[in-house]
Structure formats: C-alpha cells, structure tokens
Design a protein around this ligand. Structure first.
Ligand SMILES: NC(=O)c1ccc[n+]([C@@H]2O[C@H](COP(=O)([O-])OP(=O)(O)OC[C@H]3O[C@@H](n4cnc5c(N)ncnc54)[C@H](O)[C@@H]3O)[C@@H](O)[C@H]2O)c1
Ligand SMILES: [Zn+2]
Length: 353
C-alpha cells in the first residue's frame, strides 16, 4: 500500500464565520466517535461556549483545559493531555480540536500526532498569531530544556478554520504579537504588503481582513512549495534565529518575551545584519527600524554570549555553524547564511551604547 507523503497531505484552510464553513460537515465524519476540545484558560473563557452551543456534535465533547502561557508548552503538560485521552478511551478514529493561540495549536498538534501514532486533529486558531502563522503549515512542537520547539513533528491537521470573530476578545498586546509575523511575511516576499503594513497605526482598529488573508496566503504558498523545509520554507524563519534565542533567554524570567515580540526584535536585528552581509540598503533598514520601534519595546540583553549559546541550538544550523536568513531587499530573502559571533556582537552593539 502506498502512503501519502507529508506534502500531499497539507491541510485545507477555510475562512469565515465557523457556522458558514465545512466545519459541521467535517464533524459529521466523527459521528459516534469521541471528540475532545483542547483550550487554555483564556480560550476556555472566551471561545469555548460558542463551539459547544453552536454545534450539536460538540455538546458532549471532552474539554481539556491547559494553563495559559508559553511556559506551559512543555512535555509535562502533554502528559496530562495524553492521560486524559487515555482515561477517556480515545482511539485513532477519534478527534481532537485545538481551539486557541499558537501554544494550544502547537502542543495540541504534537500531542495528537504521536498519540496512538496519530489522532486526527482540527485547528481553530483564536489569536492573530495562530491565524497567520502557527495553525497553518503543519509544524507542531513543544519547548524542551528551555529551547524553543526542540521536540516536534510535521503533522497535517484535517483542516484549519480561520474565523476572525474570535479576535474580538484578544488583548491588544496579542494583536501586536501576531502583527510581527505579518511584518515578517511582508519583509520576505511582498514589498507592497510591507508598505500597507507600514501605514497602520492602531493594529486592532486598522488591520483589514483582506490583509490578514494576504499574510496567510504568503505562508501557505511557501509551505506548499517546500512542506518539509528542505529549502525555500526556511525563509519563514527570518527574524527567528535571534528571535527564538531572545524568547528562550527570557522564557523563565520575570520578564518573559512573547514569541511575536521576540520575533519583531529579531526582524530588526537580522535586518541590521542584512545591510552589511547582504544587499539590504541603509534606507530600507531605517524604514524597518522605524516600524519596529514604533510598535515594540526593544528588550535586548547585554549578554551576547548567553544569546550566542542559545543560537547554537537553532534548528536551521548546519555542521555546527549558525545559519540564518537575510534580506536582499524588502520583499526578498535568502536562507542558509552563515553567522559568526562577531556579527551578533555588531548587530547588538548599536542598541547597547
Ligand atoms: N507551528 C508553527 O509554525 C508556529 C509558527 C509561529 C508561532 N508558533 C508558536 O506559536 C506560539 C505563539 O502563539 P500565540 O501568540 O498565539 O500564543 P498563545 O497561544 O500563548 O496566545 C497568546 C495569549 O492570547 C490568549 N488568547 C488566544 N486567543 C484568545 C482570544 N480569542 N481571546 C482572548 N485571549 C486569547 C492566550 O490564552 C494567551 O494568553 C509560540 O509557542 C510559537 O512558537 C508556531
Ligand atoms: Zn514565529
């Protein structure tokens, strides 16, 4: 028997109010099967009721609630979910619905992908970041020993349903976090989108549905060309070599840095590197700097060695060398670029004078 490869299994993305999508039909495939809904404390309070009251098939669903926050995207929390699924007798024909931000979709996707070698799951992202990035593209994962996404799988959801109605209760700082991934998508591949995003002052009020859709489209197209990240898909990691190191650096401190915020700072620092090492112009860099500084505080430690040590664990590295993405211009990105310690030192120096 032939098995389909990951690339043939990329999950469909559907937009619009959940009630108008194929979600209900999708659920009907699981009639007489068990269904669990994974939430965190906040999506439990703000998003769950809509699902349970809106869809008869979910009235009796098993609700599994996680503590909110990146510090809970860890193995110990997975154990609890596996325990609940096991105790409730979930089998491979049953379904897990991930209703939440990227923490829930990453952890839920991972939990499902290895439970009995693969439980079907559906993603319903409820944060801007999960809509434009985390819930799309089939990467799942958890943090391990303080390192971001150290353990994970490529696993396709049955489908991802993007209903921007869920954003009504999203706190404003989370809008800024999701906006960082949109900025990244524009910087790596769409100068027009960058110009549109540069005009936005109040993200929550001015970000248009079509712009969110455009951002997702960019990611979906790149993933479709290289689902398993052998080449082109690496550009989606622009800003993340330094961004992930910053996020890990502050993970278990009193001043944790959200993923999107860390990525925003990473975009700035990796753009700075792109001026010296690639062909990004100083004028382009300044427009990036202005945009990032207008939205995000630059929380950057003076501990270059600490950050460098974390960058040694980046998944894009090759042969012990740190590899990063660089911009050749706004809207154009190259990958597999070697970074050395002095580069990081130089990029950080301008923010530590
Ligand atoms: N798999 C991927 O390809 C991929 C891509 C990008 C990011 N990620 C991961 O995604 C995570 C970040 O995602 P995130 O920013 O969504 O984090 P998150 O899931 O922690 O959500 C941020 C906060 O918003 C709350 N929230 C979510 N939806 C809400 C709603 N509708 N109303 C009120 N509160 C709501 C959450 O409870 C949480 O407190 C990181 O772990 C990152 O590594 C994964
Ligand atoms: Zn990211």
């Amino acid at each position: 028997m032939q098995t389909a490869s990951f690339s043939e299994q990329l999950s469909p993305i559907e937009w619009g109010p959940l009630l108008d999508t194929s979600f209900e039909t999708q659920l009907s495939r699981f009639t007489n099967r068990k269904i669990a809904i994974l939430v965190d404390e906040n999506t439990h309070n703000h998003c769950l009721e809509f699902l349970i009251t809106g869809f008869d098939a979910l009235a009796e669903a098993e609700v599994i609630m996680l503590p909110a926050g990146e510090e809970n995207k860890v193995l110990e929390v997975c154990f609890q979910v596996w325990e609940t699924l096991t105790e409730a007798g979930f089998g491979r024909q049953d379904l897990l619905i991930n209703l939440g931000g990227g923490m829930v979709t990453d952890l839920g996707g991972f939990v499902a992908s290895v439970y009995k070698r693969g439980l079907a799951f559906i993603n319903i992202p409820t944060s801007l970041l999960a809509m434009v990035d985390a819930a799309v593209g089939g990467k799942t994962g958890i943090d391990f020993e303080g390192l971001k996404n150290q353990i994970g799988t490529f696993a396709a959801a049955q489908a991802t349903y993007i209903d921007t109605g869920f954003l009504q209760t999203l706190p404003s700082e989370e809008w800024a976090n999701g906006f960082a991934e949109l900025l990244k998508n524009a910087l790596i591949s769409d100068v027009q989108l960058w110009q549109d995003l540069s005009k936005i002052q109040d993200i929550q009020k001015e970000l248009r549905f079509e712009t969110i859709q455009q951002g997702v489209q960019i990611k979906a197209e790149i993933v479709a060309k290289d689902p398993s990240e052998n080449g082109l898909r690496k550009i989606l990691n622009f800003g993340h070599t330094i961004g992930h190191a910053l996020e890990s650096y502050y993970l278990n401190t009193d001043t944790p840095l959200a993923h999107g915020h860390a990525v925003a700072i990473g975009l700035l620092l990796e753009s700075k590197l792109s001026v010296g090492q690639s062909s990004l112009t100083q004028a382009e860099f300044l427009s990036i700097e202005t945009r990032i500084k207008s939205l995000y505080t630059l929380q950057i430690p003076n501990d270059i060695e600490g950050l460098w040590a974390l960058m040694q664990h980046d998944k894009k590295n090759d042969n012990g060398e740190v590899r990063s993405c660089l911009l050749t211009a706004i809207g154009s990105c190259i990958f597999d670029q070697k970074l050395v310690y002095a580069d990081l030192q130089a990029a950080l120096a301008i923010y530590h004078q």
